[in-house]
Write a protein that binds this ligand. Structure first.
Ligand SMILES: Nc1ncnc2c1ncn2[C@@H]1O[C@H](COP(=O)(O)OP(=O)(O)OP(=O)(O)O)[C@@H](O)[C@H]1O
Length: 296
C-alpha cells in the first residue's frame, strides 16, 4: 500500500480549499493507496503536520496550497526520500508553474499518480530554505503590504505594488559579496531566485532553472519613479534586463551584511520574513528535494 498524505491550506488562493476522501479516492484506488487529509490551521502549522506525516511513515506528501504552504511542507522534506506532490490552489503558484503543474486539480493529481519525480535544488538563507525566491528591498515591501490586505488575489498584489510604489523610500546600505568581490549597495531591490517564476506568470529571472546548481540574482540600484514603472513593465514581459540599470547574473553563493538596523526585511517564497541575523549567506543545496513534475 502507498500512504499518501495531503496537507491542505484552507485559506490559500480563493480560500475555499477542501478535499474529501471520497473525491481523492476516485483517483487513488483504495486497494493501492491509503489516503490521509490534514488541514493547516495557522501559519507554520504545515511544518508540524509534515513532521507528523514523516513520523507516520507517509510515502508521498502533497502540499495543497500556494508557495507559502509548499515552503512549509518542502522545507521539512529536504534531504528525505519522500517526494513532494503539489496541488496548486494558491494565488501566485510560482513553483508549480515552473514545474509545469496545472492549476486544474484533477490534472495535478494525475502528475502525482504518474509517479515521475525529479530532484531539485533548494535555496538556503542561513538556516531557512526557499524553493522559488527570496528578496530584499522593494520586493519585501510589496509582500508586507500584500499580507496586510489579507485577501490573496492578483488585485491585492497590484494594490500592494502601487502602495509600495508611492511609499517606498528605504535607504538601507548593504554590503554584498559575490565570488570574493565586495560592494556596498543601497538597492531598490535584491532578488535571488531558484525558479524562473515569481507567481502570477511574472518573472525577474527567466533564465533560472531548478536543477542548474545556480542562483539567479537581480540587483536594481536606487531608481526614480519613471524607471520603477518601466521596470514593472519589464517584469510583466519577463525581460528585466531591458532596464539598463539592472544587474542580472548567476552565482553559487552570495553574502549580505547589514550595516545597521535590527533585521533584514525579506520575503521568502512570497511570505514576509524578518531575519534577525547581521549577515546572511545565501546558497544552494543541490538536488536535495524530490518533487513530482510534469514533462515539458
Ligand atoms: N488556516 C490558516 N489560517 C491562516 N493562515 C494559514 C492557515 N493555514 C496556512 N496559513 C498560512 O497562509 C499563508 C499563505 O499560504 P499560501 O502561500 O499557500 O497561499 P497563497 O498566498 O494564496 O499562494 P501563493 O503564495 O502562491 O501566492 C502561509 O503563510 C501559510 O502558513
Amino acid at each position: 500500500m502507498v500512504d499518501i498524505h495531503f496537507i491542505v491550506n484552507p485559506i490559500a488562493g480563493s480560500g475555499q480549499n477542501s478535499f474529501s476522501e471520497q473525491f481523492l479516492q476516485d483517483y487513488f484506488e483504495s486497494d493501492t493507496y491509503n489516503i490521509t487529509i490534514k488541514s493547516s490551521g495557522y501559519k507554520g502549522h504545515a511544518i508540524d503536520l509534515t513532521k507528523e506525516s514523516i513520523h507516520q511513515k507517509a510515502h508521498i506528501i502533497v502540499a495543497c496550497g500556494g508557495d507559502g504552504t509548499i515552503n512549509e511542507v518542502a522545507s521539512t522534506l529536504v534531504d528525505t526520500n519522500i517526494p513532494l506532490g503539489i496541488i496548486p490552489v494558491g494565488s501566485g503558484n510560482g513553483l508549480a508553474s515552473h514545474l509545469n503543474i496545472p492549476k486544474n486539480t484533477i490534472k495535478a493529481l494525475h502528475i502525482i499518480k504518474n509517479n515521475k519525480y525529479t530532484k531539485i535544488d533548494v535555496g538556503c538563507v542561513n538556516q531557512r530554505y526557499f524553493f522559488s525566491n527570496t528578496g530584499f528591498g522593494f520586493t519585501a515591501n510589496v509582500i508586507e503590504n500584500y499580507e496586510a490586505l489579507q485577501k490573496r488575489t492578483i488585485w491585492s498584489y497590484v494594490k500592494a505594488s502601487l502602495k509600495s510604489f508611492f511609499e517606498f523610500y528605504k535607504k538601507e546600505e548593504i554590503i554584498i559579496s559575490i565570488d570574493n568581490v565586495t560592494d556596498v549597495v543601497n538597492p531598490f531591490l535584491i532578488f535571488i531566485s531558484n525558479s524562473n517564476e515569481m507567481g502570477y506568470n511574472m518573472s525577474l529571472t527567466p533564465k533560472a532553472s531548478l536543477q542548474d546548481g545556480l542562483l539567479d540574482v537581480v540587483i536594481v540600484p536606487k531608481i526614480g519613479k519613471i524607471k520603477m514603472l518601466f521596470f514593472g513593465f519589464c517584469m510583466l514581459i519577463k525581460k528585466p534586463d531591458l532596464l539598463k540599470d539592472v544587474k542580472y547574473f548567476q552565482t553559487k553563493e552570495i553574502s549580505l551584511l547589514r550595516k545597521r538596523g535590527a533585521f533584514f526585511e525579506s520575503q521568502i517564497d512570497g511570505e514576509l520574513s524578518k531575519l534577525g541575523e547581521q549577515s546572511l549567506s545565501i546558497f544552494l543545496k543541490e538536488k536535495s528535494l524530490s518533487v513530482f513534475a510534469n514533462d515539458k
